[in-house]
Design a protein around this ligand. Structure first.
Ligand SMILES: [Zn+2]
Ligand SMILES: [Zn+2]
Length: 303
């Protein structure tokens, strides 16, 4: 849920307009950046926020009436770039852990006040922070090389979640939440499980993974079958190339027969691969849905 600030004109998530109240939370006409500047939300109207506040039982902090006048950030392109920046920060656990919102906002205010400053929305977040004179350590989950090898050997190069081959030394609890690099917080996973798990709590990931164990066993079978088949195909191709070289001709009944065989093998491998990919996709959807439901059920408020 997004609102537009009546001073700067940024469209931001509702959390930027929320103020803690004694009994009920309040919704302000201005975003937190403008409030941090010292602007008084009571002096600004914001009919949309007011209407939502009334319907969701929040007190409204603002003036009655319709918004008129101009935004302090009149250029739409400039506003989009700040909106992208705020979204990057709001969605980044590491940034929020290391960089208090007030400090981040202070840097944003300084940038907003500099007429020559423009931050393209598609820049990587780390570069945006650098341009603002801020820094966040995104490499916190670096694990020592020796430790990585120890973990890999301990688990025999098998992903502890799905059972396929894996080399990714992963944190049970995401380091972005716990910063825990101790060995018993490390586990071996495949690149796929590592990517899907991302910032998900360990317990949730394990629970969702337990629900798809029969599928995991299938994935292991697919992987075990595909690797030697692909190698066989490659060997046959090399053999064909060698024969073409030896015979010195391209068109030859023997070579044509080998080509025909190779083509059939390739088709069979492709169809097995596509079954495998479909199963992997389905498994990933299961995790995504479980994670979304978990987050949605955790939120007490809708704004
Ligand atoms: Zn604002
Ligand atoms: Zn895995």
């Amino acid at each position: 849920m997004k609102f537009q600030c009546s001073s700067c004109g940024l469209r931001l998530e509702s959390l930027h307009f929320k103020l803690p109240g004694l009994v009920n939370d309040r919704l302000a006409s201005l975003c937190d950046i403008c409030r941090q500047r010292g602007l008084d939300p009571a002096a600004y109207p914001n009919p949309v926020v007011k209407l939502f506040a009334a319907n969701l039982l929040y007190a409204f902090v603002g003036k009655d009436g319709d918004f008129e006048g101009a935004f302090t950030l009149p250029d739409k392109k400039v506003r989009r770039s700040y909106e992208a920046l705020m979204q990057d920060y709001d969605g980044n656990v590491l940034a929020k852990q290391q960089l208090p919102r007030a400090d981040f906002n202070r840097a944003v205010i300084k940038a907003e006040d500099d007429p020559g400053f423009f931050l393209p929305g598609q820049l990587p977040f780390a570069e945006k922070l650098q341009a603002l004179g801020l820094s966040v350590d995104f490499q916190l989950n670096e694990v020592d090389y020796i430790d990585r090898e120890r973990i890999r050997a301990k688990y025999k190069y098998r992903c502890q979640y799905c059972g396929r081959r894996g080399r990714s030394v992963d944190h049970k609890d995401p380091v972005s939440l716990s910063r825990d690099n101790r060995l018993d917080n490390l586990i071996l996973s495949c690149a796929e499980c590592n990517r899907i798990k991302s910032n998900m709590p360990y317990e949730l990931f394990v629970k969702l993974n337990d629900e798809v164990q029969p599928l995991n066993r299938k994935l292991v079978k697919y992987e075990n079958a595909l690797a030697p088949l692909k190698k066989e195909f490659q060997d046959r191709r090399n053999l064909l190339a060698a024969k073409v070289h030896l015979k010195g001709v391209v068109n030859d009944p023997e070579l044509a027969a080998i080509r025909q065989q190779n083509k059939r093998l390739q088709d069979a491998i492709d169809s097995l691969q596509s079954d495998y990919d479909a199963a992997r996709l389905l498994r990933e959807e299961h995790f995504k849905l479980g994670w979304k439901l978990f987050l949605l059920q955790q939120d007490k408020e809708i704004i």
